[in-house]
Design a protein around this ligand. Structure first.
Ligand SMILES: [Zn+2]
Length: 218
């Protein structure tokens, strides 16, 4: 059984998740931001390696910790949706850090960046399912493992999904929300890119695309 921890990043309120397995020393990181809390968590839980980074999309608030991960674990792989998502890692304007009150975020050119297939083996007998869900950005994915669904900025509790940033597309988002609709009834626990976790079953997915629903610049 997979375990996960949610760490709320101080600077931009994005969520970083640590995926772990009881009998494994190595973890996976979803959307790394503040890195000290990650190292502290790993030390406290007897984890000693990062196998890789799983990105939900390439906006800076979901990846600004990558270079620090690579300093400690240069071998680890960074997974992104597509070539467009890859390009965001190396371009501060495209990942929006250029426009934010922080230094430009540009991932080390030495990073081993890979594109997701439809599935990825995280550990023996544990497979991540990748759902390509463009709309918030062209490279947005939702990641499912066991009963967990990591949605990044594609689905955030009670908020309309932002589509106005570069690479955003309202029509594609509608299609992507329909993909998520097919997951209803499976008891999935949503781990979003911002704010609180929630249960997918019973959630009104129309909020993600309803023009009258509240929206935050995330
Ligand atoms: Zn985003």
């Amino acid at each position: 059984m997979i375990q996960f921890a949610r760490l709320v990043n101080t600077q931009f309120t994005s969520n970083t998740y640590i995926l772990s397995k009881e009998d494994e020393k190595a973890v996976w990181l979803v959307d790394p931001g503040d890195i000290q809390p990650v190292w502290q968590w790993m030390q406290a839980h007897g984890k000693s390696e990062v196998l890789g980074v799983l990105l939900t999309h390439g906006h800076f608030d979901h990846l600004y910790g990558i270079n620090k991960v690579l300093e400690e674990y240069p071998q680890c792989s960074i997974y992104v949706a597509n070539e467009y998502g890859k390009s965001l890692l190396f371009d501060a304007r495209k990942n929006n850090s250029y426009y934010a009150p922080i230094e430009d975020i540009v991932v080390s050119s030495a990073a081993d960046v890979r594109l997701y297939n439809n599935s990825l083996a995280l550990w023996p007998n544990v497979t991540l399912k990748v759902l390509f869900t463009p709309g918030h950005s062209e490279d947005s994915v939702c990641l499912q493992v066991d009963n967990l669904l990591f949605t990044g900025d594609t689905l955030i509790h009670n908020l309309r999904t932002v589509t106005k940033l570069r690479g955003g597309d309202t029509l594609k988002l509608k299609d992507s929300i329909e993909i998520l609709r097919t997951l209803l009834g499976q008891g999935l626990h949503v781990c979003p890119g911002h704010n609180e976790e929630f249960e997918l079953d019973g959630y009104d997915l129309r909020k993600a695309i309803n023009a009258k629903a509240p929206v935050k610049d995330l």
